[in-house]
Design a protein around this ligand. Structure first.
Ligand SMILES: C[S@@+](CC[C@H](N)C(=O)[O-])C[C@H]1O[C@@H](n2cnc3c(N)ncnc32)[C@H](O)[C@@H]1O
Length: 247
């Protein structure tokens, strides 16, 4: 804990802490240090009585730490984008008093806080409300790195490229990126589109080499060839990798 006597004069700090995709062994030393020294650890969740995934990783690694939950709920009729923006505004407002008191808040996120993370939205709202608050991030291991590691895949070499695309709202970006044979294509948020993604990979001649990692570090974890997935849809927490086409 930091010294509260100093806090009166110093602006608060909001730190996005990446906790990796699921296995607590992926927490970095910097992440652990930051979580231990913060005045409060903040964890996003979908309901106040429901432990979010980032919180469960913190609990397994550091059971002595209490997480303060921030609810990101979805109102009927809202789109994902609207809900995320409203949730981020509400989260920023609820953290503001602590930050203005000079506290250091560690906001935990799955994977890395600068890649498709709620943290960046919350940080922007906080900056708009109180520009004097210092914003920092601690990088985390990303889901696709864990899939490459667990499946023994050398993701990139020589002059190969990497596309990291999402498929939550359609697979146009997936199809476009598959046109580049010397690029690895990583697909996030593709759980509901699995049949269409399989077809796109098949049409590009890349289905056989594609791997999916689902629920990494969590109950139900599996790493399998995408061609072997028969489910019509899989978890939101699934990451697909199509490696570069190598001769
Ligand atoms: C909102 S993004 C979060 C990305 C995260 N910030 C990162 O750096 O990896 C959510 C997507 O990340 C991937 N993901 C995150 N955690 C995962 C896990 N435990 N297992 C498989 N995929 C995961 C999935 O593709 C999921 O749809």
């Amino acid at each position: 804990m930091s010294n509260s006597a100093e806090k009166q004069d110093t602006p608060g700090r909001l730190i996005g802490v990446g906790v990796g995709p699921g296995d607590p062994g992926n927490l970095t030393l910097r992440a652990i240090e930051t979580l231990k020294s913060a005045d409060r650890v903040i964890a996003p969740c979908s309901a106040a009585d429901f432990q979010g995934r980032a919180e469960s990783i913190v609990r397994q690694a550091l059971p002595q730490i209490t997480c303060h939950r921030i609810v990101f709920d979805m109102s009927p009729g809202e789109t994902g984008v609207q809900a995320r923006r409203r949730g981020a505004k509400e989260a920023a407002n609820s953290l503001l008093a602590w930050l203005l008191e000079g506290m250091t808040l560690a906001f935990v996120t799955l994977g890395d806080p600068n890649v498709f993370s709620t943290f960046s939205l919350v940080a922007k709202e906080v900056s708009d409300l109180a520009p004097e608050i210092e914003i920092k991030t601690i990088p985390g291991i990303m889901a696709f790195q864990e899939v490459a590691s667990m499946s023994g895949l050398n993701l990139l070499d020589e002059t190969e490229k990497l596309f990291l695309v999402t498929a939550f709202e359609g697979i146009d970006d997936v199809k476009e990126s598959l046109q580049h044979p010397n690029a690895a294509v990583v697909i996030y948020k593709g759980g509901r589109q699995i049949a269409r993604i399989k077809k796109a990979l098949h049409d590009a001649g890349r289905l056989e080499d594609a791997t999916v990692g689902e629920l990494l570090g969590l109950e139900g974890e599996r790493i399998i060839k995408l061609a072997e997935v028969e489910d019509p849809s899989i978890s939101y927490l699934a990451t697909i990798i199509s490696p570069p086409t190598r001769k």
